[in-house]
Design a protein around this ligand. Structure first.
Ligand SMILES: Cc1cc2nc3c(=O)[nH]c(=O)nc-3n(C[C@H](O)[C@H](O)[C@H](O)COP(=O)(O)O)c2cc1C
Length: 184
């Protein structure tokens, strides 16, 4: 598969089989994040890899913004929490670049995983304090995103179907709507 093939076929997975991710594959996913470009190459990111079932259950039941919104991550064998030390990145034009650095790294991980048949689902809706509490993340560190990683379940769950319909997940704006040539 080319990079573009992976980009075209990737989709968010919200139901996982309980099959473990092989250690070599997990390491390749982490390497894909490690090799990302970043502000002045400062590499502000830190990745918390959670495999402990009890901790994953706590994240599933307590990390959501609304009730148990992230319950679907409970069966995933691994959850990766992407954190950043903002002091190791830049701030310019009103923009915090730790968000850019970590987003690039995480997407590299997501795509690399997908190429190996491993699904994920970027979660931006989470209670940062709860996540920090569960994983003992220090005060000065920001939690940017988290995602379950695991082999997709053969059948898509109802929750995934509902979220996909709500978000219109298959829809993308056309190039005409988003590209300006030469000037805005
Ligand atoms: C920054 C960001 C935050 C997101 N937060 C959530 C989330 O909290 N819960 C969820 O189920 N999906 C979340 N998603 C997944 C999006 O809903 C999904 O990427 C979008 O609907 C397109 O679908 P696809 O990933 O299957 O192509 C998030 C995606 C991004 C990039």
């Amino acid at each position: 598969m080319t990079v573009f093939d992976v980009i075209k076929s990737r989709k968010s997975i919200r139901k996982y089989s309980t099959k473990d991710i092989e250690d070599e594959k997990l390491n390749i996913i982490l390497e894909a994040g490690r090799l990302a470009p970043s502000w002045q190459n400062k590499q502000c990111w830190r990745f918390v890899v959670v495999k402990d079932k009890e901790k994953i259950h706590q994240l599933a039941l307590k990390s959501g913004l609304i009730s148990k919104a992230n319950f679907f991550i409970k069966d995933a064998p691994v959850v990766i929490v992407v954190c950043a030390n903002p002091k190791e990145s830049g701030f310019m034009n009103g923009q915090h670049y730790y968000l850019v650095d970590t987003a690039i790294a995480f997407q590299q991980m997501v795509l690399t995983a997908y190429e190996m048949g491993i699904g994920s689902c970027w979660l931006g809706a989470f209670n940062e304090e709860k996540v920090k509490q569960i994983l003992e993340i220090p005060e000065n560190i920001k939690v940017v995103a988290l995602s379950p990683f695991g082999y997709p379940s053969e059948k898509e769950g109802l929750y995934g179907k509902v979220i996909k319909a709500f978000a219109g997940s298959k829809r993308r704006k056309s190039l005409e709507e988003i590209v300006h040539y030469e000037k805005w």
